[in-house]
Design a protein around this ligand. Structure first.
Ligand SMILES: [Zn+2]
Length: 152
């Protein structure tokens, strides 16, 4: 027989190779068939399955849908009749202002009505400031003219 490692000729009943010392019947030194550990490490690094965590989140989203439908109702466009009623109510001196404040800052008012009310309030605020300023100028002009008349 011949040595598996170096190929040297040796007796059939020899337990060790005379040339290299390789033990007869044992696997070669260079080609160890032992399974390497990396596969186990890869198993350890694989993340745990996520689907069970995603399911409750989706159920929460399903629960949130009814409120989303309510939001859709609150953001629905106003009809011509609703605008007509709004304008008529706004025409009432004090009630109109209270309704505008309710629509502008109320939590369950339609978003279009709310934005319209806020815009109307800002516009009326600007108008009041302008009227006060113009009125003040006019009054001061009249006062100056009145005073000037006395001086002459
Ligand atoms: Zn040998």
């Amino acid at each position: 027989m011949f040595c598996e490692n170096c190929g040297a000729k040796m007796p059939d009943n020899a337990k060790f190779c005379g040339g290299c010392g390789q033990r007869v019947g044992e696997p070669l030194k260079g080609s160890a068939p032992v399974a390497p550990p990396p596969p186990q490490e890869q198993r350890a690094y694989t993340p745990p399955p996520a689907p069970p965590q995603q399911n409750p989140f989706r159920e929460e989203r399903r629960d949130a849908n009814p409120s989303a439908y309510a939001m859709g109702a609150l953001s629905a466009p106003l009809t011509m009749g609703q605008y007509l009623v709004m304008f008529l109510l706004m025409g009432i001196p004090l009630v109109g202002l209270i309704l505008l404040l309710m629509w502008a800052f109320g939590s369950n008012a339609n978003i279009n009505k709310k934005n319209f009310a806020r815009a109307s309030l800002v516009l009326s605020l600007i108008a009041i400031v302008l009227w006060v300023a113009i009125g003040g100028i006019i009054v001061s002009l009249f006062m100056d003219a009145f005073r000037g008349g006395y001086y002459y």
